[in-house]
Design a protein around this ligand. Structure first.
Ligand code: GAP
Length: 434
């Protein structure tokens, strides 16, 4: 791996992927804003997930549920009682740490103090707020820490309206919030982030089969979108790592610059959530099998990924440098489906006889593909910028184009240039960007 965290964070800021949030006020730790280039890539990550998890499947439908739900949801799910991390505070320097993430549980990483930690206390990660103008306990609500519960509480609504039979899945992409004790490593662990989760409901005796299926399917998704297979691995959780709802979990891990870390978890949540919500709400959430006449709580297999974390991993994996004619070229070898812009249209100079026809070509191509139109600086610099944001093809309109009605199309990865007639551009690009 030839890239550091700082290299990616600098590139992300310089090129408009990710900015530290509230920067003009000195920043707010661990919150980030996505810029014009980053918002496109993040959207592409979410769209590719949706395409493979919902659009291309007959057994999965989507929902988009509220971030603020009844407090009872989090009582029933167990989050109010046990969604906690062990917090210790250093008595010397007052820094706070998550005990289970420390290399040495007796030494403060900030001041080096030995045996200076307080006794660990369980810190609940849910953000609290109040619904309405009165800030009392009765109006206490939480920002959701996972999108999954919005799916469980709508299980019966979705089943009834979609008329799906087991096994079937319900998918959701959206923001989640956790008051992490130690956020960090750029956008890897933040307090506000986006998740891509799917709850796959099945007969209990088929849970293991679907668990294996989803681990394999999700692993392939990353590889098919260009992630280096040797930078990915599957790691089963030890019994003491399991979440309160899980009978078995494996993490799909990526080799980040600091080592292997979680990209996505696939969990067997058993019938825990539907049972809990039935018991707390009094609404029977059992599934009725019309063929056998049985009524039972389905088991749930849950592939749960972070959209922001996934985008970060794809950025790291795509980052390459190479020597070209004595200069270092930085290139993001992103899969074209993830690339923020598929094309850049670049008039060779700022002269109107080049800019105007180039702008017309850009306007035509925009209907099909997200593209960048750039007239600033030398063509070499503009190529370099597009390489750094991973644009697969640059289209240059030069002085010859006025005569031959053709443009130069440059391939990001090979840097090979083809002369393509303007009226055949779509035909040329379509199979390459399919
Ligand atoms: N519903 C199950 C669930 O939420 P999780 O392993 O806690 O499981 C799923 O979260 C995924 O969400 C993680 O694998 C990670 O990609 C992402 N994620 C979790 N906490 C995050 C954080 N603080 N910042 C960014 N992404 C996070």
């Amino acid at each position: 791996m030839d890239v550091t965290l700082d290299t990616i964070a600098n590139l992300a800021k310089r090129r408009g992927f990710v900015f530290p949030s509230s920067e003009i006020y000195g920043g707010i730790r661990s919150a980030y804003d996505y810029g014009p280039v980053g918002v496109e890539m993040l959207r592409n990550v979410k769209n590719e997930w949706w395409r493979s998890m919902v659009q291309e499947r007959e057994d999965v439908v989507g929902v988009d549920t509220a971030i603020i739900q009844s407090r009872q949801v989090w009582v029933a799910s167990g989050h109010e009682a046990v969604f906690t991390d062990p917090l210790v505070e250093c008595r010397e320097c007052n820094s706070r740490w998550r005990l289970d993430k420390l290399d040495d549980p007796d030494r403060c990483p900030a001041c080096g103090g030995r045996d200076t930690f307080t006794e660990p206390r369980q810190f609940n990660l849910m953000f609290k707020t109040h619904m309405g103008p009165v800030e009392d306990d009765e109006n206490l609500v939480y920002l959701r820490p996972e999108t999954a519960q919005g799916i469980f509480i709508n299980f019966e609504n979705v089943r009834r309206t979609s008329r799906l039979k087991l096994p079937f899945g319900i998918a959701q992409v959206g923001k989640s919030f956790r008051n992490e004790i130690t956020p960090g490593q750029f956008v890897f662990r933040t307090r506000e982030f986006e998740q891509m989760e799917m709850e796959y409901f099945c007969r209990p005796e088929e849970a293991q089969k679907w668990f294996d299926y989803w681990v394999e399917t999700r692993f392939r998704w990353y590889v098919d979108l260009g992630m280096t297979e040797t930078h990915l691995r599957i790691r089963p959780h030890d019994a003491d790592e399991l979440s309160h709802y899980s009978a078995a979990t494996v993490d799909i891990e990526y080799e980040f610059p600091w080592g292997w870390d979680e990209l996505e978890g696939v969990a067997n949540r058993t019938d825990y959530d539907l049972r809990q919500h039935s018991a707390h709400s009094g609404v029977d959430l059992r599934y009725f099998d019309q063929d056998t006449g049985e009524r039972f709580f389905p088991y749930v297999i849950e592939p749960a990924a972070g959209a922001t974390r996934t985008m970060f991993a794809f950025l790291i994996d795509a980052y390459h440098t190479e020597e070209v004619r004595g200069e270092t070229r930085v290139v993001l070898r992103l899969h074209h489906r993830l690339a923020p812009y598929k094309l850049a249209v670049l008039p060779l100079s700022k002269r109107p006889e080049l800019v105007e026809p180039a702008a017309k070509i850009a306007q035509d191509l925009r209907k099909r593909w997200m593209l960048d139109f750039d007239v600033t600086q030398s063509i070499g610099r503009r190529y370099r910028r597009q390489d750094e944001i991973g644009t697969p093809y640059c289209i240059t309109f030069d002085f010859d184009s006025i005569e031959d009605h053709a443009v130069t199309v440059r391939d990001r990865d090979t840097m090979q240039q083809d002369r393509v007639s303007i009226d055949r551009l779509v035909e040329y690009l379509e199979p390459r960007l399919a």
